[in-house]
Design a protein. Structure first.
Length: 254
């Protein structure tokens, strides 16, 4: 049994599975449930013309976004090329992932279905508690503007009603153009940005270009738990560290 996200994220997976694990159950997660989904950033300098760049028109009515109740109609977009595949960074999606995985395991191993159900319920409670704690943390930094290295963290931005982060690159395999970097550098120079977020596997040179000579605050975000020890706490540790980075850097902590 192989769980994976989507070819838009893990491009070689379909071919690898057919070659290396042809008998395995192939479970592409983005095809399995109704997810909270967001579109990738549009790499267009016209989105960054002023200090209010992050407050896109479709974000203005976000007050009732917390429970994502209105996102069910996004399920039909699951295979859309513009949809951002970093679904696990939204805690509502994480809870759905737990249920999808538990259901698949129970179907394959019904003798242990009760154990899977108990474990899933315990994990769901932990994720709900993490959501509640993070929601309280994020209130103070909702209006702060920032730049992210690549467009994964929209799921955290939207879940907690943060301003939309400006994006250096849509993904790590698509380097930004010189004009785009200069546009972001100008935004930083204008004083409109509180923080520039790097990533452990990111391109530090791009961050240096964007920051320029401005003493803008910097911090790291991590979408996949780079260099964290594998184990049952990896996801929770990674997400808490991401939330702490948002709060500290956007809130002005040194």
């Amino acid at each position: 049994m192989v769980f994976w996200v989507d070819p838009s994220l893990e491009t070689p997976m379909a071919k690898l599975l057919s070659n290396l694990a042809p008998q395995a159950q192939n479970i592409r997660l983005m095809a399995q449930a109704e997810w909270v989904l967001h579109e990738n950033a549009i790499m267009d300098e016209h989105h960054y013309d002023d200090a209010d760049h992050a407050d896109h028109a479709d974000h203005a009515d976000h007050a009732d976004h917390a429970d994502h109740a209105d996102h069910a109609d996004h399920a039909d977009h699951a295979d859309h090329a513009a949809m951002n595949p970093h679904i696990w960074l939204d805690l509502d999606n994480a809870r759905r992932l737990v249920q999808v995985i538990a259901a698949q395991l129970s179907a394959s191993d019904p003798a242990h279905a009760e154990i899977f159900a108990v474990n899933a319920a315990e994990l769901d409670k932990r994720l709900a508690d993490l959501h509640a704690a993070a929601k309280q943390q994020m209130v103070a930094v909702r209006e702060s503007k920032f730049i992210v290295q690549h467009d994964a963290f929209i799921y955290i931005e939207r879940q907690f009603d943060l301003s939309r982060g400006l994006v250096i690159a849509v993904d790590h395999d698509t380097p930004p153009g010189t004009a785009h970097l200069q546009t972001l550098r100008n935004v930083v120079a204008s004083g409109a940005v509180s923080c520039v977020f790097d990533e452990p596997q990111g391109n530090a040179h791009q961050i240096d270009i964007v920051a320029g000579e401005v003493a803008v605050r910097r911090a790291k975000l991590d979408a996949i738990g780079v260099n964290r020890p594998a184990g049952p706490e990896l996801y929770f540790d990674m997400m808490r560290a991401n939330y702490a980075a948002f709060v500290a850097c956007l809130g002005g902590a040194s």
